[in-house]
Design a protein around this ligand. Structure first.
Ligand code: ATP
Ligand code: MG
Length: 425
């Protein structure tokens, strides 16, 4: 117990963190290009926020939340997603009086008590964005084009964009009756959860992951065929905009998404590789959410992207993420005087922005060289009594094997020039 992390959690070790930096930096940079600004929200919120904001009838709220009482008896929950917290912050901070639309992005951990498997964990990471204040399909198109461009610049090819419209509450009321008529004769073949959903929120059944339930749904009537004229026009305009921007998509009448307050547009980017955990990113419009959480009626649309699934997808497509290089230079030494000189030079190099390593293990010169090799140092200098006396040393380029006699005073400048040259290449 003591020496293993809780089920469903993972360390991200130094040898793989560069992959995370890479997708995070690209995401931040892309968000900024699209005019989104970062928001950081708390890891826990009042449990009620998620009951309201994610929805009482969702799997997340019914089965997957980490809920606890604090010492004052408040019920708190670790965030299972980001949207509810961002909506809470939007209301609390009066963002409706900011210049509209309000465009926010985030990079968070999220917590769900899930069946752990590849691409499904109990602590995981999401990138997300939310756009408040714009009901126009132009906002939907902007959110989708953001993701399209992000995946394109990462070099990801196999992601398929599926879109659907689940209409407004009025369309859904009509549809729920039709759906219940269809399901009534199949009830005893559905799973227990779905039988419960039948009364509470029948549309959730469409999202059930149990195979026998999915088998019963092959001829299910699609909500898209029943949405009202306004919702249809909204959807048609979105499709037009995607076509103009040459963003390929398919209409998938089966997408309903896991969350309760979605209206109109819903979409997913689905991998052809990962299998049942293939949804890398999901999102949609939630025009009723801000009001449901206690704010003024405010249209909104957003998405959340699973970072673990994104990295799995990149791996399965053999997309290379540039590996970080080793230190620029290793300063070795033998003897006390040389050690002092090495300490001074090391600090000077580091102050100049150069990645520099030096022995602090009391190792022999031979062992220091071995270590310099292991950590992939680009240059190596070894200092001894002779070097201290003459002020000169041999600078070895480990990649080419080339050596040069240099004045020790010039090492900082040489390394700086070398790095500059590399950047200009
Ligand atoms: P799924 O249908 O796979 O359970 P979801 O509909 O519950 O996904 P969302 O709540 O929409 O997922 O979250 C958005 C994204 O976050 C998902 O598309 C996925 O990439 C990622 N995600 C969700 N749950 C997990 C998890 N338990 N582990 C890792 N990533 C997850
Ligand atoms: Mg889920």
């Amino acid at each position: 117990m003591l020496t293993s992390a809780p089920k469903g959690t993972k360390d991200i070790l130094p040898d793989e963190i560069y992959k995370w930096y890479y997708v995070e930096e690209k995401f931040r940079e892309m968000a900024e290009r699209f005019g989104f600004r970062e928001i950081r929200i708390p890891v826990f919120e009042h449990t009620e926020l998620f009951q309201r904001g994610v929805g009482d009838t969702t799997d997340i709220v019914q089965k997957e939340m980490y809920t606890f009482n604090d010492k004052a008896g408040r019920s708190l929950t670790l965030r299972p997603e980001g949207t509810a917290g961002v909506v809470r912050s939007y209301i609390q901070n009066g963002m409706s009086s900011w210049p509209q639309p309000v465009k926010l992005f985030y990079n968070i951990t999220a917590y769900r008590y899930e069946n752990v498997q590849k691409g499904r964990y109990r602590e995981f990471h999401q990138f997300g964005a939310e756009l408040f204040g714009a009901a126009d399909p132009g906002a939907d198109a902007e959110i989708i084009s953001f993701l399209h461009l992000y995946f394109m610049e990462l070099g990801i090819k196999n992601l398929k964009l599926n879109i659907n419209s689940i209409g407004c509450p009025a369309c859904r009321e009509k549809y729920n009756r039709i759906l219940k008529d269809f399901l009534r004769t199949k009830l005893d073949r559905l799973c227990e959860t779905c039988r419960d959903r039948f009364n509470r929120n029948p549309m959730r059944i469409l999202d059930c992951k149990v195979e026998t339930c999915q088998n019963e749904l092959t001829d299910v009537p699609a909500l898209l065929d029943y949405i009202c004229d306004d919702c249809r026009e909204h959807f048609e305009k979105l499709k037009e905009k995607l076509a103009i921007m040459e963003i390929p998509y398919s209409v998938d009448k089966r997408i309903v998404r896991g969350l309760d307050y979605y209206t109109r547009t819903v979409f997913e980017f689905v991998s052809e590789n990962i299998g049942s955990q293939g949804t890398v990113c999901g999102g949609g419009r939630y025009d009723g959410l801000v009001e449901a959480c206690g704010g003024n009626p405010t249209p909104g649309i957003g998405f959340a992207l699973g970072v673990e699934r994104l990295l799995l997808e990149m791996e399965s497509q053999n997309i290379e993420i540039p590996k970080p290089e080793g230190p620029d230079i290793f300063i070795g030494y033998i003897g006390e005087k040389a050690q002092r000189l090495a300490e001074i030079i090391t600090l000077k190099l580091r102050a100049a922005g150069i990645r520099c390593e030096k022995d602090i293990m009391g190792r022999s010169v031979k062992a220091q060289m071995k270590y310099a090799n292991k950590i992939n140092a680009r240059f190596v200098v070894i200092l001894g009594d002779d070097e201290v006396e003459s002020g000169k040393a041999e600078l070895k380029n480990m990649a080419t094997g080339e050596t040069k006699d240099v004045h020790i005073d010039t090492i900082v400048d040489r390394l700086l020039k070398y790095k500059q040259g590399n950047k200009n290449e």
